[in-house]
Design a binder for this molecule. Sequence first.
Ligand SMILES: [Zn+2]
Length: 308
Amino acid sequence: MANDGAHGNFYSGVGLDRADLLRRDAAWVAARQADPNSRLVLVWRNRNLIVRADTVAPVWVRVAEASVLLGDRSAPVFLGRDGETAVFALDLSDLEEADAQSLTGEHGLFEDLRAVGPLLSRRDGAILAYARGLVYWHQRHRYCGVCGSPTESIQAGHVRRCGNGACGAEHFPRTDPAVIMLVHDEERCVLGRQKAWPAGMHSTLAGFVEPGETLEEAVAREVYEEVGLEVTRVTYQSSQPWPFPSSIMLGFRAACRHGPLRLSTDEIDAAAWYSRQQVRESPEDESFRLPRRDSIARRLIVDWLAEG
Ligand SMILES: [Zn+2]
């Protein structure tokens, strides 16, 4: 198995200057939106426009070529600057698929980033994940959570403000923290699976952080709930944007004393202790396979394997 832990996690490393101060300046944003050299990343119903040729890559559309796309559609969302070039995400979800496809010309298909992520350059994957996550947030925050009035996008798409002047609440893009942890003792780790997962896939445990708990407490709670083990030490490893649809995965190791597992049948279909040798010899088939190559779960497992 290739040690793919030497790089940053997939979907990290956007590498754009987010220009937080400039994007508050409506005149500056309008000039970038009108600049023929500015580029658009297209998103249609949580899918990104991908072209498969010698390599797999996003389709970048220059504003000069995009008048038909922009039309009277709501303003694109500013992602950042790549050198002097502004990069925006444009949501085409109001169109039927065939119309969205035909407007973009002959190039590419709208694909689920999860299907192509590992085939993209790391940076392209990160930018598409960022675009998808931010567009999803806009779709889900069209109405004010305080008073129910329609909201409008301001600050180049990094704030939505309630249109009801008496309310005026501002809503900011959100990302939901989830903890994901490799449970281990001295020799073995715990991998489990959920019924909905692809056949044979075994992975680390994970769960959402709840209000009123620290990340370490969330790790300990989830481990106890899912497999009945008491965690003795929690160590942070790394994190990963995971906009499927709106999470950031916070990766940990959770040391436990070895003991029998007591599975939560609600959440876990199967789980067991595995030695490093068993994991290394994973047949990668429908009887047993490791999680997807673009996941932090895979990274947590691979890094642990490399130490023993
Ligand atoms: Zn409101």
